[in-house]
Design a protein around this ligand. Structure first.
Ligand code: ADP
Length: 310
């Protein structure tokens, strides 16, 4: 499968690197308004492939995206001094207009994978601009938050994160919802697993995990300026589900008909992902507090997305 990546900055190139190492894509093409940057990233990533895969990695123009099944959009502009978030969003919406238009001119029915932040709003914008079916415009959403949640729970319980099933729903950001009530470890409720193995999830542990998941990005940004390896691997994971038609259940963001009574809002719930993109949306059982928190998140995202003029 051929994969295009528009935006060869830290996130786009990390996704390209993670994907190249998996060997799942036959070809990866990087496009950036800074052509020299795209060329350098492609060459650097290409040098890693002989150790792991046969993926061909090149840089190119939009025309070189022809034949791509999936195109990652990781392009965006950064906040100017004194610029508010809405103004930044509107500038990024303009970037998306140009980028999505240029992609669709050469790839008429792609699956778009949105990585630019704020990812839920950018997913809504890309869906509106492209006119593609929402199932083919997928934001990375809380895929990484869910991975962090599982990893921290696994670490506390002393088991592999792959034996933990727990999801973060809603916004990829401050209003996200860690769904403790349905978290399971090795088919047991995590609280039962914790009791049986003598590793109780106290109020303090729960608060610590919650804080770690919710604020991980802030801490990383403080230490190194931005986050990219985690999300790069998450994007590669979504592409694997598409390329192999895995029907994997992943928490990703798409414009969803209704969430907690809020209509046409882009946010994350678990979804089945296969060759054609999102096949099914899943709505897990939640407790009252989680329902209320998810509704708050949905309302907030709907309000933010509606404020953006295209
Ligand atoms: P991140 O950390 O999110 O990857 P970067 O600033 O490193 O952020 O990367 C964003 C990339 O998007 C930059 O390389 C920038 O050149 C690119 N970009 C911005 N606008 C456009 C555009 N209109 N077309 C293509 N690439 C763009």
């Amino acid at each position: 499968m051929k994969v295009g990546i528009v935006g060869a900055g830290m996130v786009g190139s990390s996704a390209g690197y993670a994907l190249a190492l998996t060997g799942i894509a036959s070809e990866i093409v990087l496009v950036d308004m800074h052509e020299a940057l795209a060329r350098a990233q492609a060459e650097d990533i290409a040098h890693a492939t002989p150790f792991h895969s046969a993926t061909k990695v090149t840089a190119g123009s939009y025309a070189d995206l022809a034949g791509s099944s999936v195109v990652i959009i990781a392009a965006g502009v950064n906040q100017k001094p004194g610029e508010d978030r809405l103004a930044l969003l509107e500038r990024n919406a303009q970037v998306f207009k140009q980028v999505v238009g240029a992609i669709l001119a050469v790839v008429p029915n792609p699956i778009l994978l949105i990585a630019s932040n704020p990812v839920d709003i950018m997913t809504d914008i890309a869906t509106r601009i492209s006119g593609l079916s929402p199932q083919r415009v997928i934001g990375s959403g809380t895929i990484l938050d869910t991975a962090r949640f599982r990893s921290l729970l696994g670490r506390h319980l002393g088991i592999s994160s792959q034996s933990v099933h727990a999801y973060v729903l809603g916004e990829h950001g401050d209003s996200e919802v860690l769904t403790w009530s349905n978290a399971r470890a090795g088919s047991l409720a995590v609280s039962d697993f914790a009791a049986q193995t003598g590793k109780p999830i106290t109020k303090e542990i729960r608060a610590e995990i919650d804080d770690n998941v919710r604020n991980a990005a802030y801490r990383i940004i403080e230490g190194k300026g931005s986050t990219y390896y985690g999300i790069g691997a998450g994007l590669a994971r979504i592409i694997k589900a598409i390329a192999l038609d895995q029907r994997a259940v992943l928490s990703v963001s798409i414009v969803t008909p209704a969430v907690e009574g809020v209509e046409h809002v882009a946010l994350s719930v678990p979804r089945v992902i296969g060759a054609q993109g999102v096949m099914t949306d899943l709505f897990p059982e939640l407790d009252d507090a989680e329902h209320a928190a998810l509704k708050r998140s949905a309302l907030l995202l709907k309000e933010k997305a509606s404020a953006v003029r295209l």
